[in-house]
Ligand binder design. Structure first.
Ligand code: SF4
Length: 1011
């Protein structure tokens, strides 16, 4: 057995004690834990209620609820009971194409539109969770004036009076507006418009302006890049257009069929993040050294390409190595490979303030010298509109407000009172404005400071449009009438427009959208009548999708930009005084900027890097923790002159020495019952920068001291142990080329079996997961939970190891804990042919179907949990409580509406687990049967497969030799987990291949062998 992989620092440092301390999965009985004595903390209880269900009763036996059904009185024409409807729409924030699935008029699931050229069928983790935001009972239900609910007539009258009185001094602050219709209405209303992104991309925009003369956010094209170097730009997580990038990146690295080439990713990272986890070469760098390292690479690139720049000579690899500790050979290697991939490479960066812009100028120089501009970096043909915020403009607004020249300010899509908290005088500025009109979904931090709070519709409840890239448009169409008395910003501005524009700019928001699209019709209508084109667009969901593949025009680089970067580097390299730390403020996959903090599915999503849930923590390198005598869960105080917070320590492999990191987006005070008080806010640490927070923000010179307090971090990774087994395999590209089976170890190639096996005469369902493609993003986890009514259970229950997610993304490390390699493995029910669970169930509640699915019969399950005990993959989930309350037993309105009626709600005392989305299988089979054919690859897609932006998951009929899954199962990289147990899983994994040379040192693994 190999001990190459490890899951946590404890396991690596002290495997014997770790094994002893792993709680038995079933020791976490509520009775043994004293749970019934203590009861549930009321606050946690409320969280769970809002989370995804109401626990109707903890003590009473509430199984087998009686549920009432009420037939339609008048059947709506387009609704066939039991049949879903699908509507094309788009996300107002990212501009990605959506397909919204509705049942009986309720949106219950959202996925990506496969025809959209950016997201190509995938959407992000947070977009997957949008459906739950729609039904959040904590949303504002009516507008308010001075904190009191009013009706829209009274609200509109009062707002219009305020707008009349402040003509010429009315401003509007929004996030990036992708809607051309909304932009034109704002213009017609004579509003001074400022856009501010929660995570500003000013560094990229300013860098582009300085380097090439235009302030654009380029369309980065990872599908054109064979070699990618990232200086802290976490493009697989929260930097830029992440779903689009993940799609392209994974496509470029896919090794199916006979393909033996893949792109290479090098990440210089200042905190351990998703992009570094997926890098072929990850280099841990202090955040204030990033600019110097980038200049070192630029210097070598310039030298090797014969474009020597005198000013860069001071940044030769040797000098940079001395200043930063990054090996000279690494800098030389990266430069050499970048030059080798001239025209097929890409350098990207993210940084803070002036240094951030300087970093951009350096990567722009590299891209320009190597002819990557116009190839993998498109700043001229179809640049992105996704980030238009300007921190400088926001600063002007603040100054105008402080000077008393802003009479009315409308705010929407951004929460400045949370983003900046007490820093930058944001709250004081807002208090000086006589009329703050806040348009939002929650009575949040900014709403608390506003005289007028306008309850905003969810994006699924309103008309709109988006233009995320040049010449690319989608219509946003409502899929449900507003649940409450809410309106969209577009509706509000149209209604208020007489007070600003002198007359109404359109009759309704819908009319405004149609009027705008009539203008687009001339360019994109293709000879169709407007109505036909409009109807077609509503159905297809996107306009301008084609013709975007070609090369863009290269721009000429302004050498002044490089000179200014070199002069900015004089302030780089500082590390703070002795005994001080540098705090990296990072964004989490789950919460991002904290906008969706009231979403329990997101709060309970294990962070893809740390596997922690429900709150932020301080990530510290294992060595630093050892030096400081900090252990996981020790609560420390982090302070600088401006601010202090307390966070629990978490030893995170891959963190640079003396650099600590914590996620932004937590510590909400005014959000809702789920989000309030989870974690701590870092906002006061962020505002001192000249450009606010960025996704790679760092604060120099923080002091950290132990408080003596301790907390158990709700981490999902520590529940399980590998017991030294080979559960995953990886290899290098070099070894793979020599031997496609390399990395895989088969202990018992043909183990004996006491089973006679099953016969599958019809379909036989199977899944293949490519570990080389999976980035660990966890979109599949949320998609599965939404599709299958999987509840969130709350922090306390996660701490006891009782999370319910049907798919978990296991994260394994190998190598040096200070900079390990990482591998992620989606783990779900393996639907084994020789299923260990089926053998031990005393009541036949878990049985095998004639299509190879391991089924759960909830009505039979008596909760002995033998099956879970006997499952080697630990993928079965037991309902300790009434997590999915009966709909007629007090579940808070409108939570019942979000449930997928195609999936049974499980009761207390029942075991559950992945079903391969059996409801989707049945629907696909029926559809195929209606056409008298066998269901094929495109008829059935599981929720996780559909969500995956990396296309890592394939599903289908393994009895059909032409199905994708049947072909992939036979790929030389294919293996099943714990093959030696002979459970014969229906899930096949494909080895992780890293684009690097073969390892020199022996580690016990040998290519495709047995022992
Ligand atoms: S399998 Fe899941 S975690 Fe992996 S890339 Fe796909 S969606 Fe993300």
């Amino acid at each position: 057995m190999s001990e190459k992989f490890w899951m946590s620092v404890d396991q690596k440092e002290n495997p014997v004690d770790f094994a002893k301390n792993i709680p038995g999965e079933f020791t976490s009985s509520p009775i043994r834990d004293g749970f019934e004595k203590d009861g549930l903390d009321r606050r946690d209880f409320m969280k769970i209620m809002g989370a995804s269900a109401l626990m109707a009763s903890l003590a009473g036996c509430t199984r087998r609820p009686v549920q009432k059904i009420v037939p339609y009185v008048n059947n709506p024409e387009e609704i066939i009971p039991g049949q879903p409807n699908f509507y094309a729409s788009a996300d107002m924030k990212s501009g990605y194409g959506f397909i919204v699935k509705t049942r009986e008029g309720r949106p219950i699931k959202v996925d990506g539109n496969t025809d959209h050229p950016m997201n190509k069928g995938a959407i992000s983790t947070r977009e997957q969770a949008l459906v739950h935001d729609l039904y959040d009972p904590d949303r504002l239900r009516a507008p308010k004036i001075d904190g009191a609910d009013v009706d829209w007539k009274a609200f509109d009258d009062a707002v219009m009076k305020a707008l009349e009185n402040s003509k010429g001094s009315t401003w509007i602050l929004t996030g990036t507006v992708l809607s051309p219709t909304l932009k034109s209405v704002i213009e017609k209303c004579n509003l001074r418009h400022v856009m501010l992104d929660a995570f500003p991309m000013d560094d990229v925009l300013e860098g582009q302006a300085q380097s090439f003369g235009s302030r654009v956010f380029p369309r980065y094209r990872f599908d054109q890049a064979d070699y990618v170097v990232s200086f802290d730009a976490d493009f697989l997580d929260n930097w830029g257009s992440t779903v689009e990038y993940t799609k392209q990146f994974s496509e470029k690295r896919r090794l199916d069929g006979k393909k033996i080439s893949m792109s290479k990713l090098v990440a210089f990272e200042s905190a351990m993040r998703l992009t570094g986890q997926n890098a072929d070469l990850r280099v841990s760098v202090h955040p204030n050294d990033q600019l110097i390292v980038a200049l070192g690479v630029a210097s070598e690139v310039a030298r090797l390409s014969g474009r020597s720049v005198d000013e860069l000579s001071a940044f030769n690899a040797g000098a940079v190595a001395q200043r930063t500790g990054v090996a000279k050979e690494t800098i030389e290697l990266v430069a050499k490979e970048l030059v080798k991939f001239r025209g097929r490479g890409l350098a990207i960066a993210s940084g803070r303030g002036a240094q951030g812009v300087a970093l951009q100028n350096v990567v722009n120089f590299i891209n320009s010298v190597l002819d990557n501009d116009g190839e993998a970096m498109d700043g001229s043909s179809f640049p992105s509109n996704q980030f238009q915020g300007s921190f400088a403009e926001f600063d002007k607004l603040l100054n105008a407000a402080k000077a008393g020249t802003v009479k009315t300010l409308i705010i929407q899509g951004v929460n400045p009172a949370y983003l900046f908290a007490d820093s930058m005088g944001v709250k004081e500025a807002l208090k000086k404005i006589p009329n703050v009109i806040y348009v939002g979904s929650y009575q949040d931090e900014t709403a608390e400071l506003a005289k007028f709070v306008a309850a905003e519709s969810h994006a699924f409840e309103a008309w709109g449009d988006v233009n995320p890239q040049r010449d690319l448009y989608s219509i946003v169409q409502p899929t449900i009438r507003p649940l409450w008395q809410t309106k969209s910003l577009l509706e509000m501005l149209v209604d208020w427009s007489p007070a600003m524009a002198g007359s109404k700019v359109a009759e309704t928001a819908y009319d405004a959208v149609v009027a705008n699209w009539k203008q687009l019709h001339g360019r994109f209508g293709g000879g169709k009548s407007f109505q036909d084109w409009w109807d077609d667009t509503l159905m297809s969901g996107v306009v301008g999708a084609s013709g975007r593949e070609g090369k863009a025009a290269a721009r000429s680089y302004r050498m002044d930009a490089l000179r200014s970067a070199i002069s900015a580097s004089r302030s780089a390299g500082q590390k703070g005084a002795d005994g001080e730390f540098t705090l990296m403020i990072t964004s989490s996959v789950a919460l991002g900027d904290g906008f969706q903090a009231n979403n329990a599915l997101l709060q309970e999503l294990p962070d893809p890097v740390s596997k922690n849930t429900w709150g932020n923590y301080l990530a510290v390198s294992p060595n630093t923790a050892k030096k400081m005598r900090w252990l996981d869960g020790d609560i420390v105080k982090i302070e600088n002159a401006a601010h202090s917070v307390e966070l629990p320590v978490y030893r995170q492999p891959g963190m640079p020495a003396n650099v600590v990191a914590a996620h932004y987006g937590y510590g909400r005070k005014f959000n809702g019952r789920i989000g309030n008080g989870v974690g701590v806010s870092l906002s006061n640490f962020t505002g001192s920068s000249s450009m606010g927070i960025t996704p790679a923000n760092c604060v120099l010179g923080v002091k950290i001291s132990k408080t003596g307090k301790k907390e158990k971090i709700p981490c999902t990774q520590g529940h399980h142990s590998l017991e030294g087994r080979d559960i995953v395999f990886d290899t290098s590209l070099e070894e793979y080329r020599d031997n496609p089976k390399s990395g895989i170890v088969r202990h018992f190639p043909n183990p004996p079996s006491i089973w006679s096996g099953h016969e599958y005469n019809g379909y036989k369902w199977g899944m293949v997961i490519d570990l080389s493609s999976c980035t660990g993003c966890s979109a599949c986890v949320i998609a599965c939970s939404v599709e299958n009514n999987v509840p969130a259970v709350g922090k306390d229950q996660v701490q006891r190891g009782r999370e319910m997610q049907w798919i978990r993304i296991d994260r394994y490390y190998s190598g040096d804990p200070e900079n390990p390699e990482t591998l992620t493995q989606p783990m779900l029910c393996q639907h084994c042919d020789n299923a260990p669970c089926e053998t031990v169930c005393p009541v036949l509640a878990t049985v095998h179907s004639d299509e190879g699915i391991n089924q759960m019969i909830y009505n039979r399950c008596v909760g002995t949990k033998y099956c879970s005990n006997n499952c080697p993959y630990k993928v079965r989930r037991f309902n300790w409580f009434e997590n999915n309350a009966p709909m007629n037993a007090g579940m808070e309105h409108p939570l019942p509406l979000m449930k997928n009626p195609e999936v049974t709600l499980r009761s207390r005392g029942v075991m559950e687990k992945c079903t391969f989305c059996t409801q989707r299988i049945e629907l696909g089979k029926y559809a195929a049967k209606a056409e008298n054919r066998r269901a094929g690859d495109n008829d059935i897609r599981t929720a996780c497969q559909e969500a995956c932006p990396a296309d890592a998951i394939s599903f289908g009929d393994t009895n059909n030799p032409n199905s994708k899954v049947a072909v992939l199962r036979d790929h030389p990289r294919g293996f099943t987990s714990l093959e030696e147990l002979n459970a014969k899983p229906a899930v096949t994994y494909l080895t992780k291949v890293r684009n690097r040379p073969a390892e020199k040192k022996a580690d016990g693994h040998h290519g495709g062998g047995h022992h």
